[in-house]
Design a protein around this ligand. Structure first.
Ligand SMILES: C[S@@+](CC[C@H](N)C(=O)[O-])C[C@H]1O[C@@H](n2cnc3c(N)ncnc32)[C@H](O)[C@@H]1O
Length: 255
């Protein structure tokens, strides 16, 4: 009898679209992993709803899985905020080879350390006091990402290069190259378009928002941006136009 019920349940579940199944799973899992208070969530209005926050985090993990992320990977989540991707990984597998989250905002890192690391020794969060005119204007004017050469299987930067100008982007692409294991990959987002100037900060009339404050949106010419990628010794192996928050595009890069 129990077998029949189980089989029936499986048949019903299979008919529910994958997206809905993920959303339901996210709702059921709410409360299993602590979620950051709304004021510590980056991404404007996008990640305010708890179920959507978790669903997007787990969907981001699946995008990385499609490129080669596994439960054994060493992940560096640069500009990790309060650990959105870490929450997606915990929801998906509970653990991972190693996760290192790095951010310039001390309160976000403090929250993640206090709430996500205890009992999860493979999840590490590091605050770096580095300048970013939007997020940490008084920080040090350097361009470094903590980590040993070749120590990263999966480098993740969601909506980070989109808040930086040319020199920073070039400097950090070189850091990504340094950090990546030769078989690893980087997944990064950026605002890129054809037939636009090389760099425009807060381009008027572009995208879904009225940009306000320093570095809210930095848009690059796609060909120029990709020339910087090659200049840093990286190759574009996948590109999806406009698929991410507020119309950012996603790149997969390899050495
Ligand atoms: C729009 S938020 C995205 C947060 C997170 N990646 C997510 O998807 O939820 C951009 C993040 O990048 C961080 N950031 C900006 N410049 C940075 C730098 N030089 N090093 C590390 N983090 C940086 C900001 O503090 C902020 O948390």
């Amino acid at each position: 009898m129990r077998d029949i019920v189980r089989r029936l349940r499986r048949r019903v579940v299979r008919r529910i679209p994958l997206r809905t199944r993920r959303m339901l799973r996210a709702r059921l899992h709410l409360g299993r992993v602590p979620l950051p208070p709304r004021e510590l969530r980056m991404g404007g209005k996008h990640f305010q709803d708890d179920a959507e926050f978790v669903a997007k985090a787990t969907a981001d993990v699946q995008k990385l899985v499609a490129q080669g992320l596994t439960k054994r990977s060493r992940v560096l989540d640069w500009g990790c905020g309060a650990g959105r991707l870490a929450i997606g990984i915990i929801e998906t597998w509970g653990t991972i080879g190693h996760y290192s989250g790095v951010d310039v905002q001390a309160p976000l890192i403090a929250w993640a350390r206090t709430n996500l690391s205890p009992g999860r020794p493979r999840f590490e969060f590091t605050h770096v006091d580095i300048a970013n005119a939007r997020y940490n204007p008084a920080g040090e004017p350097v361009r470094t990402i903590p980590g040993a050469d070749g120590s990263v299987d999966v480098f993740h930067a969601y909506s980070v290069l989109s808040h930086m100008t040319t020199d920073d982007v070039k400097g950090y692409l070189a850091e990504i190259h340094r950090l990546l294991d030769p078989r690893g990959f980087a997944w990064v987002t950026a605002f890129v378009e054809d037939d636009v100037p090389d760099e425009v900060e807060n381009p008027p009339g572009y995208g879904p928002l009225r940009w306000s404050g320093r570095l809210h949106c930095v848009r690059f010419n796609r060909a120029t941006f990709e020339a910087w990628i090659s200049g840093a010794g990286l190759r574009v192996v996948d590109f999806s136009y406009g698929t991410e928050t507020d119309g950012q595009s996603a790149y997969v890069l390899r050495r």
